[in-house]
Design a protein around this ligand. Structure first.
Ligand SMILES: [Ca+2]
Length: 326
């Protein structure tokens, strides 16, 4: 059983990720959600976190609001993919789910200290809260068992040719995190998440499954798909953040390499992760494992196994037909 905290900026793919984590009770114990400015402002993403917990019927899960802006810059939010409200503009009313009084950074520092060596931290938004926790407590990185990050890209960004959104929003924070001395960091960046596409056929299956969670996923992903269509003329949408949770459930869903990772904070390439593979740069000290590939069929086996187990075989068959016909 892994004890995890999800640091998040929900976010449509964040919502999918959180719902998967909450459904995988036999393997993951979600201790709390901590929120951070990213796909929308922190007040909005915190409301969204509450709505997601409400949909999952998890009204007791602690939620803590975190940083409202990057460490030392202002950044716009990503309305084109996630909608103005960060959750697909489908007009879900606010819920009665309560937010904790403690600041997310204080919670992270306290919990990591209280449960030294026990907690897996999953960061699926900009790394502002994590960097702030490192600055607040010199022992923070040492207290965390493992950090799994959705962010970065070895080869191709999505906010510039080189920079991925989460690192681009707060490059200084990302740089601090990689230099902090965590015992184990896994960077799950765009190189791997590009494989994890929600194709229209599986999105329709979510509609057909017809549970509150599956219909919610179907509904919120509309705006996200429209964003992909507008920019790339591709049908479907990427489920970047969800791969981090699938990885926690079964590490073999990705292929990884050992690397030293640093983050550029200035100039043309600001927000870019610079990945020195150990294989090519043996003199660099490893600070990270970087996911370079993901197995999409394996991913959906994990996704359906925990969320909608009775549709596992149907999903696998649809996916096989879909890929064979392409
Ligand atoms: Ca996110």
């Amino acid at each position: 059983m892994k004890r995890i905290i999800i640091d998040t900026d929900p976010g449509i793919d964040d919502a999918f990720a959180i719902l998967l984590a909450l459904a995988a009770k036999e393997k993951l114990e979600v201790l709390a959600l901590t929120t951070v400015n990213g796909n929308a402002g922190v007040d909005q993403v915190t409301k969204n976190a509450c709505k997601i917990c409400d949909i999952a019927d998890e009204n007791e899960l602690p939620i803590f609001k975190g940083c409202s802006r990057p460490l030392c810059r202002e950044r716009e939010n990503s309305a084109v993919f996630h909608g103005d409200d960060g959750l697909g503009n489908i007009g879900i009313p606010d819920t009665v789910v309560k937010v904790g009084c403690e600041h997310a950074v204080d919670y992270l520092v306290r919990k990591a200290r209280e449960e030294k060596g026990e907690i897996t931290l999953t960061a699926i938004g900009p790394l502002t809260n994590i960097a702030a926790a490192i600055k607040k407590d010199a022992e923070f990185a040492g207290n965390v068992k493992e950090l799994v990050i959705m962010g970065g890209a070895e080869f191709k960004g999505n906010m510039s040719p080189h920079a991925e959104f989460n690192f681009w929003v707060d490059p200084e924070a990302a740089k601090i995190v990689f230099a902090a001395g965590f015992g184990k960091i896994t960077m799950i960046g765009l190189d791997a998440t590009a494989y994890i596409y929600l194709d229209p056929v599986l999105r329709e299956l979510l509609y057909a499954i017809n549970t509150p969670v599956s219909r919610f996923m179907h509904k919120i992903s509309r705006v996200y798909m429209d964003g992909h269509w507008k920019i790339e003329k591709k049908l479907g949408c990427e489920l970047c953040d969800v791969l981090t949770i699938a990885y926690l459930l079964d590490e073999s869903v990705v292929e990884k390499v050992d690397a030293f990772v640093d983050v550029e904070t200035k100039g043309l390439c600001e927000g870019a992760s610079v990945v020195y593979r150990k294989k090519y740069y043996p003199q660099k000290e490893k600070n990270c494992e970087v996911a370079v590939k993901a197995d999409v069929k394996h991913f959906y086996d994990i996704f359906f196994k925990y969320l909608f187990p009775e549709y596992l075989a149907t999903a696998a068959q649809l996916l096989t037909n879909y890929y064979d016909s392409k």
